[in-house]
Design a protein around this ligand. Structure first.
Ligand code: C2E
Ligand code: MG
Ligand code: MG
Ligand code: MG
Length: 292
């Protein structure tokens, strides 16, 4: 099964371990090539603002159009990129492309706020603030148009350093969202100390309503209430049915995202999707976009 296992080599590692190491090196080199050759693409998933029914934003989700392996999902290469350091150059590309696309949509009368996922590994490097600044400047995009999606892990590793970076991002005018909240270890004490604008509830929370409806609804209501008390908007991820959408609306959630609303799509498809779904009816400006 190991790649190159048939070749004549000194067995330093067990075959499985060696193949894992080789694969990591291979993916690092390949990823650099992917960035340089334009093999990475962003798909965008609409975010629905529940009080108005407007699509006010999108989340940028990276895919790798691999020359041999086809279209790869983030789970196929992001974890490796996080281990071998490639996630930083990859994210620079994502930030640049997302900012460019968001500015293009805005010029075309579609003012959207775009979420970009940031790995804990990148948050820890200290170059994030500069990378965000560079992307905004190159695209001539206002900082309010970007939201950086961070998981709690980013904060847990080095809370002091994280606080300093949050402060810098706030000064730069870029909003932060806490991603996947409610999965794994969600520290409430940490949450109240993070100056985030949006709390994204992990999709396991809404998925739970299918089997344990009242308990899961209570959990969502509690987190939505907590977000509100902390001055954050709440966003439920993974809304897959009309019933779930109705429920999150009822529970007072501000924003929703999920396959029932729309699947992630290539940038070229978004304008038509918005036109068909009555999104961005509000060419009135950004005030409404940012109102909770
Ligand atoms: P995430 O940031 O939590 O993104 C949401 C994921 O849930 C996306 O998967 C999206 O396609 C999927 N999703 C959305 N709605 C539904 C739904 O209704 N049902 C289900 N089952 N899934 C739904 P995707 O695109 O495969 O991305 C997976 C993860 O990979 C992301 O989770 C994020 O952590 C990471 N990722 C994606 N793009 C990037 C990137 O540019 N940089 C970094 N560092 N990570 C990224
Ligand atoms: Mg995300
Ligand atoms: Mg998420
Ligand atoms: Mg997730």
């Amino acid at each position: 099964a190991a790649k190159g296992a048939g070749r004549n080599r000194v067995r330093v590692f067990s075959p499985d371990l060696r193949s894992a190491v080789e694969q990591k090196v291979l993916v690092a080199a390949e990823l650099q090539e992917a960035i340089d050759d334009g093999q990475l693409v962003l798909h965008y998933q609409p975010v629905l603002h529940l009080p108005t029914g407007d699509v006010t934003g999108v989340e940028a989700l990276v895919r790798w159009q691999h020359p041999q392996r086809g279209l790869l999902a983030p789970c196929d290469f992001i974890p490796l990129a996080e281990q071998n350091g490639m996630v930083v150059p990859l994210t620079r590309w994502v930030l640049g492309e997302a900012a460019r696309q968001t500015a293009e949509w805005e010029r075309a009368g579609m003012p959207l706020v775009t979420g970009v996922n940031i790995s804990a590994a990148h948050f820890g490097t200290g170059s994030l603030v500069a990378d965000v600044h560079d992307a905004l400047e190159a695209a001539d995009l206002a900082p309010e148009r970007l939201v950086l999606e961070l998981t709690e892990t980013s904060v847990a590793e080095d809370p002091l350093r994280a606080a300093a970076q949050f402060a810098q991002l706030r000064i730069a005018g870029v909003e932060v969202a806490i991603d996947d909240f409610g999965s794994g270890f969600s520290s409430l004490s940490q949450l109240v100390s993070i100056p985030a604008g949006v709390l994204k509830l992990d999709r396991s929370l809404i998925a739970g309503t299918e089997t344990r409806r009242s308990e899961s609804a209570a959990a969502i209501a509690a987190v939505v209430g907590l977000a509100k008390a902390c001055g954050m908007r709440s966003l439920v991820e993974g809304v897959e049915t009309a019933d779930q959408l109705a429920l999150v609306r009822e529970l007072g959630c501000t924003l929703a995202q999920g396959y029932f609303i729309a699947r992630p799509m290539p940038a070229a498809q978004l304008p038509q999707w918005l036109a068909e779904h009555g999104g961005v009816r509000h060419s009135v400006g950004s005030a409404r976009l940012r109102s909770a």
